[in-house]
Design a protein around this ligand. Structure first.
Ligand SMILES: [Zn+2]
Ligand SMILES: [Zn+2]
Ligand SMILES: [Zn+2]
Ligand SMILES: [Zn+2]
Length: 497
């Protein structure tokens, strides 16, 4: 284990521009793994724990990405003529072309001689974030070496492939080693465009290393969450729940709504560890049943959940009739449900999908299952984008219902604040306001209608009285003097006035 004291010193240097005088955290020995970030005083939900700035940052430039983004400011550029005219092989905007950062990138890559400097090459552009480590200070590089790195067989591939894209790629072992190490650290602790770390639904089109955040360990029910400041790309980490003094600050490296087995596999493959958090040790996932399926015995109404065995293909148990099922048997049910719901999701009609989720899917898959939650999230997303074949009424009811369903699942799991929760609660608040307004409008309409009806009834009554009186008068006039017209009824005139 790398010494927490040395890590602290190097982090202090990195954070010097904006470190609090009285930070609420320290680097300490972790109960989860090695070392971690520990709260030095109790923190209230929503409170800022720390800020971090990217030590390295660059375009993710995955093969499928469009490559016309500036390698310095990361902004999208017009589709033509975005490559640096100096021949470094990097896309750059006219403003950033004059900046110190590009001068340093440009000199480095020009000296390596890109094979086709005018053609945007994803391998070269992606390497930039890694190559920038070469020009860091010694302390900054030491900080990279202080962070966890999974040095598996694959971590050298990126640099090896990039080497083929230059005429004079360095052969100096030390330089290559710095770059390979940086790749490994980025893969273990960094952000990439991929959904490696989706504490929230923020999109991330670049790769970056936030060193202090890199020390924060994982928990499937994290007690902290992060956002980014748009202008600076600095990260702000806040308490998702109240954190008592001495407790470790945690984040999640996985999606919030995936079942125990999928999270285990992901953490094992991508992050090389086995999570032993309270959620992972509970087959029901805190009673949220994210992987729950119906019992195969049609007479049983119980839910079936996978055993906690650490195996990729565990047995499943019915919590009601205790029947055991194999993983393959349960995967059949899961795949069937996923297939059916995805088919509806891809059918292009949002109305059909919503109807299916509201009326049909419950018959073959519990509403707590991640497939259903995912589908509901995608419905909310599509509604936000608009342009759907959906009436205002249905959109309103669906937003209300699904945002409630998903926040309820978060509550069950014991999840605190996150961007997702903020977003859903805002949606819920807006829809409830809309509903309250509609109800108030409707009540007002009813009140006015009742008022009009009362007036009409009153007028009817008067008319009846009038007619009766007229009839009586004409009857009286008819018997006394049939030659004269009946006189106007004085009583009625008074009443009408
Ligand atoms: Zn730029
Ligand atoms: Zn250049
Ligand atoms: Zn866990
Ligand atoms: Zn059963």
């Amino acid at each position: 284990m790398i010494c927490p004291k040395r890590t602290s010193e190097l982090l202090d240097l990195h954070l010097a521009p904006f470190k609090d005088k009285d930070p609420a955290w320290e680097i300490g020995v972790s109960k989860i793994a090695g070392r971690g970030v520990v709260a030095t005083r109790s923190l209230k939900r929503g409170e800022i724990i720390f800020r971090d700035s990217p030590l390295l940052m660059g375009l993710a430039a995955h093969e499928e990405d469009s490559l016309n983004a500036c390698s310095v400011c990361l902004k999208m550029l017009p589709d033509t003529r975005f490559m640096c005219r100096q021949g470094c092989g990097l896309p750059v905007c006219s403003l950033c072309a004059k900046k110190k950062q590009h001068k340093s990138d440009c000199d480095l890559f020009k000296s390596w001689g890109p094979n086709e400097p005018d053609v945007a090459n994803s391998v070269i552009i992606r390497l930039l974030c890694v190559a920038r480590a070469i020009n860091l200070t010694k302390e900054q590089r030491d900080l990279i070496y202080c962070l966890q790195a999974n040095l598996d067989n694959n971590h050298r591939t990126e640099v090896r492939n990039a080497a083929k894209c230059f005429k004079n790629f360095p052969t100096d072992k030390k330089l290559i080693e710095i770059m390979n190490r940086t790749v490994a650290v980025l893969r273990t602790n960094g952000f990439d465009k991929t959904t490696d770390r989706t504490n929230d639904n923020q999109e991330f089109n670049y790769r970056a290393l936030y060193p202090l955040f890199g020390v924060v360990n994982h928990d499937c029910i994290p007690n902290a969450y992060y956002t980014f400041e748009e202008k600076t790309n600095n990260m702000i980490v806040r308490a998702a729940v109240d954190i008592p003094e001495g407790f470790e600050v945690t984040t999640t490296y996985t999606k919030l709504f995936t079942g125990n087995i999928a999270r285990h596999l992901f953490l094992k493959m991508k992050k090389s560890f086995t999570c032993k958090c309270s959620r992972c040790s509970d087959p029901t996932e805190k009673g949220a049943f994210i992987s729950g399926l119906y019992c195969r015995d049609t007479n049983c109404t119980g839910l079936v959940v996978p055993e906690i065995s650490g195996l990729p293909h565990p047995n499943w148990n019915c919590l009601e009739c205790k029947q055991k099922s194999t993983h393959a048997q349960m995967m059949k049910s899961q795949d069937f449900a996923s297939g059916a719901i995805n088919a509806k999701a891809n059918s292009n009609s949002l109305r059909t999908l919503v109807q299916y989720l509201n009326e049909k899917s419950d018959s073959f898959i519990p509403s707590s299952n991640y497939v259903v939650i995912d589908a509901k999230m995608s419905v909310l997303q599509r509604l936000q984008q608009g342009r759907e074949d959906c009436s205002e009424e249905l959109a309103h009811n669906t937003r209300l219902r699904y945002s409630r369903d998903i926040t309820q699942m978060m509550d069950k799991l014991g999840l605190g604040d996150s961007l997702l929760r903020t977003h859903l609660e805002e949606l819920l608040r807006r829809e409830e306001e809309r509903r309250a307004k509609r109800l108030a409008d409707e009540a007002e309409k009813q009140r006015k209608l009742a008022e009009l009806q009362a007036k009409a009834a009153e007028a009817d009554k008067l008319l009846e009285v009038l007619e009766k009186e007229q009839a009586e008068q004409s009857k009286a006039a008819g018997t006394a003097d049939p030659g004269t017209a009946p006189a106007p009824p004085p009583a009625a005139t008074v009443e009408l006035a």
